[in-house]
Design a binder for this molecule. Structure first.
Ligand code: PLP
Length: 390
């Protein structure tokens, strides 16, 4: 059997039609398959590869750490320099109240940890979350996900979760003295890129203050410069009580984090002790890679060009088949008239060396979330191919 057949046979499949390309290398904005084809990566591993594939600083950091030590002990018992240095760097670039980092293995686990933290810190159980919100696929994260098609088969889910529309007054009204936390993506991703109304976010903060509910922003997809600022919430002047990070956090290695104040985080140290447990969370290799990637992002001025590149996409994506282009930085959704049209377009794009995808709750949209390092020339090529495939 060749690798593609083995992939079908022995690697658990959840997609009825996986792409099945066999990637053998990647560099910058490109991926290369076993047949010698080159693909311009328009989605960056779904908002992960923000500084491009195989950045030498990240690869060197991984190699250096691999020479020193890999796993030594489960989370939180021994001092591991990559972990503490990365936590310090994150705290330095976050608001003062977000200074205490719990590193997890994935975005979904960050969601789980944050839910537990907010329950513990408030002594309450209810959660207000968004229709079309996405926070991961474990059972707790699935319970706060805002789409019945995707969650229904896995019921019973966690009780006490109330879903309302993003940007709606009903959402604000649902927050009360039983609410442990309000959980939203700062900018909705899987809904097809929906930005918040700034006044709504401010109202949300105010209502949380009034009721004692904690405000949690999921920056897993929109963080790390994706929108042109380091954190999406910087656009709105609203600071959450807990922030969730993931995806680009690990610089291409798997990791997530939930971050809050030291005082709030302390609630996980008693009754029970070890309020969240993980063997691999904060793995030294992931922290070394993530920290190197964050330094590149901060030091190489990568975020300065994001908005200009966003505008270039807008100016080039003009076609009768395009109904709308929604964006916040280089998190973009190109809306077509139907899901079928998106599926056909994506297939054609692949055959012409352009790699893209759709959105979980907006399958009538083509996803654009390339490495932020994508060049203007590459953007022109991508738009030319995409339009030719419509
Ligand atoms: N939150 C958001 C906004 C996401 O986009 C994702 C993943 O797509 C997650 C959480 C879950 O992250 P992970 O797939 O690492 O569990």
């Amino acid at each position: 059997m060749n690798n593609r057949q083995l992939f079908q046979q022995h690697v658990a499949q959840t997609s009825p039609a996986p792409l099945g390309l066999e990637i053998v290398s990647a560099s910058g904005s490109y991926m290369y398959d076993v047949d010698g084809n080159k693909y311009l990566d328009l989605i960056g591993g779904i908002s992960v590869c923000n500084i491009g594939h195989q950045h030498p600083a990240v690869i060197n950091a991984i190699k250096t750490q691999a020479d020193a030590y890999l796993h030594v002990m489960v989370y939180g018992e021994v001092v591991q320099s990559p972990q503490v240095k990365y936590a310090e760097l994150l705290a330095k670039h976050l608001p003062e109240n977000l200074s205490c980092v719990y590193f997890t293995n994935s975005g979904a686990e960050a969601t789980e940890g944050a839910i537990k933290l907010c329950r513990r810190a408030t002594g309450r159980t209810d959660i207000v979350a968004c229709n079309n919100g996405y926070h991961g696929n474990t059972l707790g994260a699935l319970s706060v996900m805002g789409d019945e098609y995707w969650r229904n088969a896995f019921r019973p889910l966690m009780p006490g979760v109330w879903h309302h529309n993003y940007n709606s007054q009903e959402f604000i009204n649902a927050i009360n003295e039983h609410t442990a936390c309000v959980l939203i993506e700062t900018i909705q991703g899987e809904a097809g890129v929906i930005a918040p109304d700034p006044a709504w976010l401010q109202q949300l903060r105010q209502r949380c203050n009034e009721t004692g509910a904690m405000l949690v922003f999921d920056e897993i997809q929109c963080g790390f410069g994706r929108t042109g600022k380091l954190w999406g919430f910087e656009y709105y002047g609203v600071i959450p009580d807990v922030v969730l990070l993931g995806k680009a956090l690990g610089g291409g290695m798997p990791m997530g984090a939930f971050i809050s104040s030291h005082a709030i985080m302390q609630t996980l140290t008693n009754n029970p002790v070890l309020g969240h447990i993980t063997t691999f969370g904060g793995h030294p290799l992931c922290c070394a890679a993530g920290m190197a990637a964050m330094h590149v992002l901060l030091d190489e001025g990568i975020m300065n060009e994001v908005n200009e590149k966003e505008q270039l996409f807008h100016s080039l994506l003009v076609h009768p088949a395009i109904k709308a282009v929604r964006s916040k930085g280089l998190l973009m959704a190109v809306e077509l008239d139907s899901t079928e049209h998106v599926t056909a377009t994506l297939q054609k794009c692949i055959s012409k060396g352009l790699f893209s995808d759709w959105f979980l709750f907006a399958a009538n949209c083509v996803r654009i979330a390339p490495p932020l390092t994508i060049s203007k020339e590459e953007i022109r090529n991508a738009c030319e191919v995409l339009q030719a495939c419509l």
